[in-house]
Design a protein around this ligand. Structure first.
Ligand code: HEC
Length: 145
């Protein structure tokens, strides 16, 4: 088992997700003192808050560093594996638009894929909280190297 074993993300799905994310982030980018920065840039998020958000929401399925080393769901990639990838930032920036997340992650201004109720407990997250998670994963990546 190597860290490269996971399939490459189909370019089309990453593009579609990025387009959706761009819609949602446009408001964030054009507003406030951080206007010169892009989403996902270092300094936009708070790693300590991101760690707490990940503990609360993501450990349900993912192993997240030392938060739940023996937890998570077997088929779900750990944050450590994801953090090591060259494209980690893209993946964490648009994860809510990548399966399986759209069904249960709710981000303001991002329309859900269906009006049907989610089969698992939903996660409500703002774009700022996603920045916090990105900051946490950036820190994790630096510590893994
Ligand atoms: C209900 C289970 C579940 C929860 C909760 C969950 N995830 Fe995931 N996540 C998955 C699964 C399953 C995959 C693998 C999808 C695949 O391989 O196609 C995944 C993949 C990912 C990926 C990689 C995306 C890709 O396609 O490469 C990222 C990034 C990610 N999750 C971030 C998060 C974050 C951040 C949270 C918490 C806010 C979270 N996930 C919560 C199940 C979950």
């Amino acid at each position: 088992m190597t860290r490269r074993r996971r399939r490459a993300l189909p370019a089309a799905s990453l593009l579609a997700a990025a387009a959706l994310a761009a819609l949602a982030t446009a408001a964030l980018v054009t507003a406030g003192p951080a206007a010169a920065q892009s989403p996902g840039d270092a300094g936009r998020g708070d790693p300590a808050k991101g760690r707490e958000i990940a503990r609360q929401h993501c450990t349900r399925c993912h192993v997240v560093g030392d938060l739940n080393r023996y937890g998570g769901i077997g088929s779900t990639p750990s944050f450590q594996i994801l953090a090591r990838r060259d494209d980690w930032l893209e993946r964490f920036s648009v994860f809510y638009a990548l399966r399986p997340h759209p069904v249960f992650v709710r981000v303001p201004d991002v329309p859900p894929p269906t009006e049907l109720p989610s089969h698992v407990a939903t996660i409500e997250m703002t774009l700022q909280q996603i920045e916090d998670v990105i900051a946490f994963v950036r820190q994790m990546r630096a510590e893994l190297k």
